[in-house]
Design a protein around this ligand. Structure first.
Ligand SMILES: *[C@@H]1O[C@H](CO)[C@@H](O)[C@H](O)[C@H]1NC(C)=O
Ligand SMILES: *[C@@H]1O[C@H](CO)[C@@H](O)[C@H](O)[C@H]1NC(C)=O
Ligand SMILES: *[C@@H]1O[C@H](CO)[C@@H](O)[C@H](O)[C@H]1NC(C)=O
Length: 492
């Protein structure tokens, strides 16, 4: 992740043009190129993109094209078409953005790849729908990079392809902003086109409903979404629940040593704590993009009201900007002044911010260094940091509303009660509703986990068991291959 906040991105946010890696292909040019080569060859793939888009290739195309030509200069001689099935699943997603859709799409690709020799289709991937981050790509494990290069080269015939558009519906054909469209050409050219998306509020807006209904199917991650999509007007026969995978082998607490948080984070409030240096303290961790939806205000209030400098606790915020600058220390100090919370006589309980890039490969070590994970969001699509923390056997305190209700239980976590629903005040979802988690209840739960450590750890262990049982890549790839298998049966 760009700073491994792998939370869901704000789905209707247009990619902000970045000077270096932005998708700067003019849509018209792209559309012309695509219709040209689909008419002439019925294939699409990197070779075509390389030849048709060389005037302005995306970073991903350049990168993969470069790796490919270095590693594999004689591709045409490979017996791909002989050994592989001809039917194809083309997964289009922001693989290189490092955001929520990005990590989610990787989780499917990695899961499917493990089962590839059992499937009746081949798999191809294409970058679509979001920014591309070199930092994120570089932080990926080498096997993942190798797989990306391999799948990026897989060619599919349009007339034998199921396309998955894994992104916010504004990126779907015809896209509302500059991106490689998905599906790459008109819907009818493909066997099936499936949208994969989710939202964090109580409804789906009219434009998105229309776009969902253009798809053959819409895959959503939770029962919460099945109900909000159908209630908003998406054709119920199109809405299918497909849960997300969490890489339980990668996020395995037995495999990691804790990261040294004290030297990684910046102390922004309170003073350094001897207990924590001597490992006798209790570390709360939260991972999120700096946006109001994530309830950082709720978290700061609850934490600062409940704890003081003598409680032996610390709060670490692993965060990154979301339409804001990086000066989180100032934002926190200003917030505390504005809200008028009294400094306890024993001094503030310490708050640390980690805003440097932590490579994906090091992310488990951050979780490993914490004793509990806390995220009082107002709404979540799925909540990747939550399932990652749960997979790392951490006790989790999280708002009991929206996506996470799919997996939070009183046995495996600490579901945080909601006070009321509130109106979204700005942004693309203005006027929708989301949840206001209870600050009082959050205080109680945070106090509870530091005083009932054995119980909290037991819930953390149960959390990992539940993640393995319900969302391990093996289970989820079975769900996806069954769904695709059913579609393939209908094609023959
Ligand atoms: C499929 O792959 C798995 C692991 O990669 C391997 O153990 C198994 O033998 C393979 N099955 C076939 C039919 O090739
Ligand atoms: C797809 O089109 C190609 C070339 O036009 C043809 O050879 C192939 O049989 C078609 N596949 C299906 C499933 O119709
Ligand atoms: C969480 O929400 C569900 C309904 O979605 C409810 O049944 C359950 O009691 C709630 N749990 C807590 C602790 O509030």
């Amino acid at each position: 992740m760009d700073t491994h906040d792998n939370n869901q991105p704000h789905p209707a946010t247009r990619p902000k043009p970045s000077k270096i890696y932005c998708l700067s292909i003019p849509i018209l040019f792209l559309a012309i190129s695509l219709s040209f080569f689909t008419k002439t060859s019925h294939y699409f793939g990197i070779q075509h993109l390389k030849s048709t888009l060389t005037s302005n290739p995306t970073y991903f195309q350049e990168l993969l094209g470069f790796l490919y030509s270095n590693q594999n200069p004689t591709k045409t001689q490979q017996p791909n078409h002989i050994s592989l099935p001809s039917h194809c699943v083309l997964w289009m997603a922001p693989f290189l953005s490092g955001g929520g859709y990005s990590s989610e799409s990787w989780s499917y690709i990695l899961a499917l790849d493990e089962n590839m020799n059992k499937t009746k289709f081949k798999l191809s991937i294409k970058q679509h729908g979001d920014l591309e981050s070199l930092e994120f790509w570089e932080g990926l494990p080498q096997e993942t990079k190798n797989l990306a290069v391999k799948l990026y080269q897989t060619e599919c015939r349009v007339n034998e392809t199921i396309v998955i558009c894994h992104s916010e519906p504004g990126a779907w054909y015809p896209p509302l902003f500059q991106t490689m469209p998905c599906p790459p050409t008109d819907y009818e050219n493909f066997n099936f086109v499936i949208g994969r998306t989710m939202f964090e509020t109580d409804r789906v807006n009219a434009e998105h409903v229309k776009r969902c209904n253009r798809m053959d199917y819409v895959w959503v991650p939770t029962d919460f979404h099945v109900s909000t999509f159908v209630q908003s007007g998406v054709d119920p026969s199109k809405v299918v629940k497909v849960v997300q995978a969490v890489d339980v082998d990668f996020f395995d607490p037995l495999k990691y040593k804790p990261l040294d948080l004290v030297s990684t984070g910046n102390l922004v409030l309170g003073s350094r704590n001897k207990d924590l240096d001597s490992k006798a303290g209790f570390v709360f961790l939260s991972v999120f993009k700096w946006e109001y939806r994530k309830g950082w205000d709720v978290l700061l209030k609850a934490y600062l009201k409940e704890f003081s400098g003598i409680d032996g606790v610390a709060l670490y915020l692993l965060t990154n900007p979301y339409h804001s600058d990086r000066n989180f220390g100032n934002k926190i100090v200003e917030f505390v002044e504005d809200t008028g919370i009294e400094e306890p006589v024993e001094g503030w309980a310490p708050i640390y911010v980690i805003d440097t890039h932590i490579a994906q490969v090091d992310l488990p070590r951050v979780y490993k260094a914490a004793h509990a994970f806390v995220l009082p969001s107002r709404g979540e699509g799925w909540g990747r940091p939550l399932v990652e923390a749960m997979s790392m056997s951490l006790p989790v305190i999280a708002t009991n509303w929206s996506g996470p209700t799919e997996y939070l239980t009183e046995e495996n976590s600490y579901p945080l009660q909601v006070d009321r629903m509130s109106k979204v005040m700005e942004g693309p979802f203005e006027g929708h509703l989301w949840a206001e988690p209870s600050i009082d209840k959050l205080q109680l739960l945070m106090r509870h986990v530091i005083t009932n450590v054995a119980e909290a750890n037991m819930r953390g262990r149960r959390a990992r068991e539940d993640m393995i049982r319900r969302f391990s890549p093996h289970i989820v790839s079975g769900i996806v291959t069954d769904l695709i298998g059913n579609l393939l049966d209908r094609m023959i």
